[in-house]
Design a protein. Structure first.
Lengths: 298, 405
């Protein structure tokens, strides 16, 4: 029950700025794969990461409520043009308790205020679980949640297919909420990969990998164990991203296939592909050129 | 590579277990206190009772005056012990390095190096909490930190529910703004000394150098210096680890204040631990005693064994020296626990300067060997000292489960 594009591609956003990064950066195994120098403590990983990428999706905020001091420390470790997106805490998406979610939303807004004040927050990512389907109860909850976060840039990721509906897109467009485009394995019931842009200011893509066998294994290490090939990346850059880039002023792209450092590897290769396609400037703030010109671990 | 320690903490463990057994207790103020004692003291209480002003160790009568609608339950150690075992069992698939500590709803799990198998430590912690909640009905607070000390402080910070993640290298910054009362291991005397100097926050004490701290705290200065900076290299000790020491409990059938009876039991405990030490070819460098009074209050005292020993007579002398300061109340004793820890391999034998004491030691060692030899052949009851005659109750080693958190 949906058309592929809400905003038809046009040339009204010729200078769509793209940001490429990974979902999370603090993975011990990335030191094993060489992305981080061996022995890099987690507290020193972000500055190294920021030499390669200019945006990161904070996923620890899904596990715990963001707190001001730790976020301040993160902000102090990166250049001012570095950007963050932050996942919404699980108590607002996966483990919602009717009696306390509103106070949690308020606490989340307080915690994330550091990034808002520093001007480095691109979006808050509300990722809902696969069992969050489009029934009346959930629709009401989603509307109330969006109201709670009014005025804050928000991106919503659905995992259940029932949300792929024109009325959903229209409502998100009315509220200027970004609907996250996902790249996942082709499995029944999963939310499809759509090039729909519901917010002309920002589109948001998450590449989860296409590991169909591991997707429902219950283990993150299997679910996100995938390496995109050069051909796949080229196809995604030239197709999906090119199409969405002409509908929004800005776009963020994250690789979530973090197992064995594949996300970082793919993200860097993807930036090269975007440059080849002319979608990303070499001297843009992504830091790509800077990262490749200088040795990484000096 | 930095360590990743998960700390799971079931707040008000005894109450949490009781609530699983009886759902009517949910959302009601609950006090756990022993029955039948004239001056019963609060052993554990629910968050509701805590907010009303009830505290551990408070007289039950006073607690009930403060919190009139509280539901009072006697402690059920067996229930807590079973719950703790089940709690512990759920963590084993993730790491064999799981430390149960005092068995009071706290677990430390070392998941360092398991990220390839199980994913990031925070995800392991979250899954553990979810599994334990589903399977046992307990809702632990969790934290992930580079060491046990910081992990413990982190869960204290978010009590009664929540989670906290402290990254490697963030330990000092994490502790700096906290009040000193949240830091484990700071003894009462040290704390009072710090307060005397108007130190209430970690950041204030951290500004002192080790040299300055030494002036104030002497031998304790290094411990304070490291602790307040979040430095803690203590390993997560799995059950049965040799470093964890020997712990023996005895519960009196009837509460007693009979010195001969208590000393007799104490000697039996010493004999048991001495035998285990000699069997493991280890010696204890510290002897500690926990006295549980009939009103629920506990007193802990300890003494250094210098040189380290596994000799029953030497251990008993030390235990008796510890008993005196520990048994300072006129309340009858319900429970006694002997701890022989800081185990080391026995130091090399050194000739004594005075032949008389040398001869005495030699004879004691020979006697111990002879007793061990008889017991190993004919059983523990084959030969007994006069001190333990008349005491038919056998002490049993067990882990204590209490509702502290």
């Amino acid at each position: 029950m949906y058309a592929q594009s809400v905003n038809t591609p046009d040339s009204s956003h010729p200078a769509c700025r793209l940001w490429v990064g990974t979902s999370g950066y603090s993975y011990a195994e990335w030191a094993d794969t060489g992305f981080y120098p061996s022995g890099t403590p987690p507290a020193r990983m972000l500055p190294v990461y920021a030499r390669c990428f200019s945006i990161v999706e904070l996923n620890y905020t899904w596990y715990q409520m963001p707190k001001i001091q730790p976020l301040e420390r993160l902000v102090n470790q990166v250049p001012p043009d570095f950007r963050f997106t932050a996942k919404l805490t699980r108590s607002l998406t996966h483990e919602v308790e009717p009696a306390r979610w509103r106070s949690d939303a308020s606490r989340y807004r307080d915690g994330i205020s550091v990034l808002i004040q520093s001007g480095q927050l691109m979006a808050i990512l509300a990722q809902f679980p696969p069992n969050f389907d489009r029934v009346l109860k959930n629709r009401r909850f989603l509307a109330a949640l969006l109201d709670e976060f009014d005025g804050v840039p928000l991106a919503v990721e659905f995992r259940h297919r029932s949300w792929a509906h024109d009325r959903v897109f229209a409502e998100l467009e009315r509220r200027k909420i970004t609907m996250v485009t996902v790249d996942t394995p082709s499995l029944p019931g999963l939310f499809p990969s759509l090039d729909v842009v519901t917010n002309p200011e920002l589109f948001y893509i998450r590449f989860h990998g296409r590991n169909a066998r591991g997707w429902r294994s219950g283990s993150m290490q299997k679910q996100f164990d995938y390496h995109y090939t050069d051909e796949e990346l080229f196809e995604l850059a030239n197709g999906l991203v090119a199409k969405m880039a002409c509908q929004a002023g800005c776009g963020v792209i994250f690789f979530n296939n973090h197992v064995r450092g594949q996300a970082a590897d793919n993200a860097r290769a993807f930036m090269a592909k975007l440059m080849e396609c002319g979608l990303m400037e070499k001297m843009s703030a992504t830091g790509t050129e800077k990262a490749w010109a200088a040795p990484l671990f000096t | 590579m930095g360590r990743a320690i998960i700390h799971l903490n079931v707040a008000d463990f005894a109450v949490a277990v009781e609530r699983v057994m009886d759902s009517r207790l949910k959302d009601r103020p609950v006090i756990i206190a022993p029955e039948g004692a004239a001056r019963s003291a609060v052993y554990d209480m629910s968050e509701e009772a805590f907010l009303a002003g009830v505290r551990k160790g408070m007289a039950l009568r006073q607690a009930l005056r403060i919190c009139k609608d509280a539901f009072v339950l006697p402690p059920h150690q067996d229930r807590y012990e079973r719950a703790m075992k089940a709690f512990f069992k759920h963590t084993l698939p993730y790491s064999p390095l799981t430390e149960t500590g005092e068995g009071d709803g706290h677990l430390f799990i070392d998941v360092t190096g398991s990220h390839r198998l199980f994913g990031p430590p925070m995800d392991v912690a979250w899954r553990l909490r979810k599994e334990i909640r589903q399977a046992l009905g307990l809702d632990p607070i969790w934290s992930v930190a580079p060491n046990k000390l910081v992990a413990k402080v982190a869960t204290r910070l978010v009590k009664p529910t929540g989670e906290y993640i402290v990254a490697v290298g963030e330990e000092e910054k994490f502790l700096a703004p906290l009040p000193l009362s949240l830091i484990p291991g700071i003894e009462k005397d040290d704390f009072l000394r710090l307060v005397e100097f108007d130190f209430t926050k970690v950041s204030q004490v951290v500004s002192l150098s080790l040299k300055q701290l030494r002036v104030l705290f002497g031998n304790r200065s290094k411990f304070l210096y490291d602790t307040l900076r979040g430095i803690d290299f203590s390993p997560v000790l799995p059950e049965g680890n040799t470093e964890s020491g020997i712990l023996l409990d005895y519960e009196f059938g009837d509460d007693t204040n009979d010195v001969a009876n208590v000393e007799s039991v104490l000697y039996r405990l010493v004999e048991k631990s001495g035998k285990q030490l000699r069997h493991r070819r280890l010696a204890a460098r510290r002897v500690a005693l926990v006295i549980g009074y009939s009103d629920g209050l506990c007193c802990i005292r300890q003494k250094k064994a210098d040189p380290a020993t596994a000799n029953d007579m030497a251990l008993f002398d030390l235990a008796r020296e510890v008993l005196v300061p520990a048994w300072f109340r006129r309340i009858r004793i319900r429970h006694i626990r002997l701890i022989c820890d800081r185990l080391i391999f026995p130091p090399a034998h050194q000739l004594e300067l005075f032949p008389q004491s040398f001869e005495k030691n030699r004879r004691q060692i020979s006697l111990m060997k002879a007793i061990d030899s008889v017991r190993s052949r004919f059983g523990d009851h084959a030969i007994r000292t006069g001190r333990t005659r008349g005491d038919s109750c056998a002490c049993r080693p067990r882990r204590r489960i209490v509702g502290r958190s």
